[in-house]
Design a protein around this ligand. Structure first.
Ligand code: UDP
Length: 336
């Protein structure tokens, strides 16, 4: 089986992807600098003889032979990439260039994880791949947005030079193994609801996002790697069901049975107003569409956080039926 490098494999999406690749029998090398990834995400994989973990930074040149690589190495949560703004720019530029160089040298293939943030605060809705975006260079999000845009340009330039590369624009993804301090909306709302703390909404909550359960994202990434052809494909990967942040808060409260209050805070800097992927390209080319409904995916994620918090605090935090949470946890285990 081919040897697959996963850069950023100790992060949320990367760790799910590696589990899937190992289950398929691949040899997997994980490279991660642990800036926002955690060894705890990959603990059980360390026992697997087909798995190797290297604590390293993709911004340093590396010489690991591989047949194929996925690049997920970049902080992806706004508070984290804003805290690590210069490191984020380096990962998107120097790091991506190192990966592209290595891919070209190895004669392999790279699936690069880009982001819906390349569309910025979109004036076109839903977002199709041919939309060029509405991004400012001088904003709190620019280190990530512009970094990811330049990373795509690097892919374009290396593709012209014979490198086999494809670009996956990931929209909001959620699921078990998000870190409880990740800072993104789904984990924030669930952890707050389970602990009875206020759910914090930045702005009035009318901004929209479209949330994709992680097993669907992983499914698409694996199919994308296997897609034949060398034409630099660019696909949106996400779930087109769009929802306002305020409605997400209400849904999380309902599913957790929590009575936690909702608090409205000032809007986040440069927060995009709406976001929904057009996934026609990926649907056609990959014969893929998201399978996990938001309510189900949230139940799986709630079950995960509920178990985690229970282990930390020694008490069951979600109100309602313990058996229902255990079932959700078992169902999620079958998917991921
Ligand atoms: N958000 C919020 N409360 C939170 C975290 C996020 O209202 O505790 C909002 C955030 O301002 C944005 C949306 O939820 O409008 C999604 O934020 P997230 O950080 O998950 O990802 P983004 O899509 O902004 O990168």
């Amino acid at each position: 089986m081919p040897r697959i490098l996963v850069a950023g494999g100790a992060g949320f999406v990367g760790s799910h992807l590696m589990r899937r690749l190992l289950a398929q029998g691949h040899e997997v090398v994980c490279v991660d600098n642990l800036s926002t990834g955690f060894v705890s995400n990959i603990e059980e994989l360390l026992e697997n003889p087909n798995f190797r973990f290297m604590e390293a930074d993709i911004t340093d040149p590396f010489h690991i032979p591989f047949d194929a690589a996925f690049n997920l190495a970049c902080p992806a949560s706004p508070p984290h990439y804003q805290r690590l703004s210069l490191e984020t720019i380096d990962a998107c530029t120097v790091g991506v260039r190192n990966l592209l160089r290595a891919t070209l040298r190895n004669g392999g293939r790279l699936v690069h994880a880009s982001t819906s943030e390349v569309y910025g605060d979109p004036e076109v809705h839903p977002q199709r791949e041919r939309y060029h975006g509405n991004v400012g260079t001088l904003t709190e999000r620019a280190c990530y947005d512009e970094g990811k845009r330049l990373a795509e340009t690097l892919c374009y330039e290396y593709h012209k030079r014979g490198c086999s590369v494809r670009i996956a624009r990931l929209f909001n993804t959620y699921g078990p193994f998000m870190h409880q301090d990740d800072g993104r909306v789904v984990s924030n709302f669930i952890v707050s609801a389970l602990t009875g703390r206020p759910l914090t909404i930045y702005g009035d909550g009318s901004q929209t996002r479209s949330f994709c359960f992680v097993s669907d994202t992983v499914d698409a990434l694996v199919r994308f790697m296997d897609l034949p052809g060398e034409h630099l494909p660019v696909f949106n990967l996400g779930n087109p069901r769009e929802m306002q942040v305020i409605d997400l808060a209400r849904l999380v409260l309902r599913l957790t049975g929590s009575a936690a209050p909702i608090h409205f805070l000032p809007p986040a800097a440069a927060d995009p107003g709406r976001r929904r992927p057009c996934i026609q390209r990926a649907r056609r080319a990959l014969d893929w569409r998201p399978q996990v409904e938001l309510e189900k995916g949230l139940q799986y994620t709630i079950a995960y956080f509920s178990e985690l918090l229970q282990a930390q605090t020694g008490r069951f935090t979600a109100s309602g039926d313990v058996a229902r949470f255990q079932q959700a946890s078992a169902d999620a285990g079958a998917l991921i």
